[in-house]
Design a protein around this ligand. Sequence first.
Ligand SMILES: [Zn+2]
Length: 219
Amino acid sequence: MRKIAILAILLTLSGCGIKSSIIDKPIQFDAERIALTKAYLKDRYGLERDTITINPKMIVLHWTAIPTFEGSYDAFYESTLPNWRPDIENVSGLNVSTHFLVDKDGSIYRMMPETYMGRHVIGLNHCSIGIENVGGTEDSPLTEEQLKANIKLVRYLAKKYDIEFLIGHYEYTNFEGHPLWLERDTSYRTEKTDPGKDFMYKVRQATKNFNFTPIPIKK
Ligand SMILES: [Zn+2]
């Protein structure tokens, strides 16, 4: 009996653990980044908004392909893309970002408010929360700790928001033609492999109970 009671306490504790284990480490989100985000919503998606708040329907998992935490974090920090040329029209200067960054040891950092729009996935930024993982190159594969942290984070987000889809970045083009897909430029696509099929399979297996909608079959 006592064993059961202890187990119950442990389960309760581990269930509440995520909030306290998220470390806030904000990237720059100044007036320029907010203005560029609004412009992105308008120009790419046809959404004219007073705020950059999103209603999350999807979680997108990534890897940074940068082996260190510092290098990964720095890539998202500035408001504008490092090689942005404002004189070239139609290319947004908004820097890329996700809401979370998971270090190799499984530490979870929140880089921006969960309901701000980040730029991390073509066509679907207006409705998705992004999770980046440090590494992903041949020399720095994603770790077991990162897998566990991603599972924890997906569970936390799926309980908090009305999340319909969980996808790996490499699956994003499956949504072309789906009502959530809003990118207007048919030539604006990039080839992605992150965060790997094996990683996605494991996260999906561990979060089955949320019954996320299967992703559309690619046409
Ligand atoms: Zn990605």
